[in-house]
Design a protein. Structure first.
Ligand code: ADP
Length: 300
């Protein structure tokens, strides 16, 4: 049993030749709606990559709107159990307005919507989903107090904990000491440790500092270089397959979901990181967020 706790968002993405200035109206050349949010992406990665026996619960808050119905129906179809998904009366599903301009320039506005009300009290309603799980996977797009509450609740009931500390933030000891496995990318590792991670030597230094703060397993993802794993059994780089990258959105989320699934199936940590690299490399060959997350059958 795996429980994921986190955000769910709908992204409205428009592309322009250049970003509109204040007061200006431009016609978009392309408009698309993407289902996203780190929590939802990671839960979906778990569900798509799991074998049939696994139970995948996703604790999240959606609004009472059409997009909530559409997103939750697609997650359930792919194998996420419905009981952790709440649709709150009078609230809107979290959303982001993303404007893309020239050479990767962007301007983004986010409305947290129902994600903001995923409080420690609301997590208590789903207490048994956390305490009965074998693994908890959580990120930082929901209120910090809830992240701390969930990790401590899990830890005190023997549920093993994986924190993907994204988006980048500094973290309290209360959070870090309840984490078994931490999975920052280079920017996030720097935000926590102050060490600029740019190669294997600096990843090793950052990992040593992260161990001192709590987690016994540190995995720093390194984009196309794969990941740096640091634990008792193994310290070193594990490379990702070489692929033609199209879009790296949701690569980190796919990595985290795949890692969790491989560990829940009893794989070693080295095998789990290899599987996560394979799944994430597959995700970067496709455009979009949840659209790009592979199914297990694609990884043969
Ligand atoms: P994030 O997307 O969270 O910033 P990374 O950029 O480190 O995280 O990517 C996460 C994982 O996705 C990597 O560890 C790797 O497995 C995979 N990945 C990312 N970019 C590539 C790439 N260009 N080629 C192959 N794999 C990639």
């Amino acid at each position: 049993r795996i429980v994921i706790i986190g955000s769910a968002n709908v992204d409205h993405v428009m592309s322009f030749d250049y970003l509109p200035s204040p007061g200006q109206t431009l016609l978009s050349q392309q408009y698309r709606i993407e289902h996203g949010g780190k929590g939802a992406n990671q839960a979906l990665a778990c569900a798509r990559l799991a074998t049939a026996q696994s139970q995948i619960d996703f604790i999240c808050h959606l609004g009472c709107d059409a997009i909530a119905d559409e997103m939750s129906a697609s997650w359930i179809k792919d194998g996420i159990s419905p009981q952790g998904i709440s649709k709150l009366a009078g609230e809107q599903t979290g959303s982001a307005m993303i404007f893309l301009g020239e050479k990767g320039a962007n301007a983004i506005g986010v409305a947290l919507g129902a994600n903001a009300s995923l409080t420690p009290q609301s997590l208590e309603k789903h207490r048994s989903l956390i305490t009965d799980a074998n693994w908890l996977l959580i990120q930082l797009e929901t209120p910090t107090a809830s992240v701390a509450h969930a990790l401590n609740l899990a830890k005190s009931h023997g549920t093993r904990t994986i924190l993907n500390p994204a988006p980048a933030a500094t973290l309290s000891h209360d959070i870090l000491r309840a984490v078994d496995i931490i999975t920052p990318n280079e920017t996030e590792a720097q935000a926590i440790t102050g060490i600029e991670v740019s190669d294997i030597a600096t990843a090793k230094l950052a990992a040593q500092m992260l161990h001192q703060l709590g987690p016994s397993i540190v995995i720093i993802t390194l984009g196309q270089q794969g990941a740096y794993l640091s634990c008792d059994e193994f310290k070193g780089q594990i490379t990702a397959p070489a692929v033609d990258a199209v879009d790296t959105v949701a690569a980190g989320d796919t990595f985290n979901g795949a890692l969790t699934i491989a560990l829940s199936e009893g794989g070693s940590i080295v095998e789990a990181v290899k599987f996560a690299n394979r799944a994430a490399a597959k995700a970067v060959t496709k455009p979009g967020a949840q659209r790009s997350i592979p199914y297990r059958s694609e990884l043969v």
